[in-house]
Design a protein around this ligand. Sequence first.
Ligand SMILES: [Zn+2]
Length: 325
Amino acid sequence: MQLHERGILVHPEELTPDWLDRMAAAQLNTLGLHPVGGPKAHESLAAAIDAHAAPQSVALRQAAASRGIAVEYEAHVAAWLLPRERFAREPAWFRMNVHGERTADFNLCASNPEALAFVAERTARLAALLDTGADKHFLWLDDVKDCSCHCPACRGLPPSDQQLRIVNAMLVGLKQRNPAAKLCYIAYHDTLAVPRKTEPADGVFLEYAPIGRNHHRPINDPDCPENVRESRTLTELLQFFGTRDARVLEYWMDNPLFSNWTKPPRLFALDEATMRRDVAYYHALGFTSITSFGCYLGPDYQQLHGTPSLAAYGQILREAGCGHD
Ligand SMILES: [Zn+2]
């Protein structure tokens, strides 16, 4: 079976009609808009919300649709869902650090029912503000590790269970708006472990994002310690969440990674051999939806280094399931 979804993620401000043309030529059918993460993720998300309704953004989404490209947002949303200013009024909604202090630095308490209800309602509002017509949502907690809640109620819950609890709550909000809504559980950093004490609600699916991998060795290379570590739980994650809707979010085209997250973007070259091996492996595991970050390849890149090609990337994704793997 061929991949249903062959995608790429860009920063919203990098999107141009020309990019959509190259996506279409490479037969990529899924575009992820990824507001910049990091400590200001809530600000870049707010900017994306403002831009979403602007005429040029609407026109770009229409241009994507006319090329058969579905548009989705993929973003770190915790600080937008639970604004840090609420800490003064509701400290118990926030996480407790290892020193026993409530803190508004990252994420939230996964056991506070009011916090979860608040976040559920905010998730529904966010989906309305960033509506692209998609049922599947890719909304992530903060881009951190070792920042789960250590309150008495959460202490026995590993980060994976805490994230899944919050995802389940967010999905309650999404479903009130759209009963067909689905929401990803992103497995990366300390959420690569399979949740042990929490079951996924109906509509939660796996998004696997092995950020800590070695990007120039195949993900299933038994002689690569980083990749052994990053992929150790993958088959178990697929058993737990199921292969339906399961998504790979890779870094093959992620130029920030190769530019050390600093502009100007460096000249980029796709490691086709590694990607081809990875795609074959993911496809054999049952993934039918594969994307990669593809940021820092927009207009500023084009000025410096010429037009980045999506052809080889698209071709390797198309080859999956065609007997070439
Ligand atoms: Zn807690």
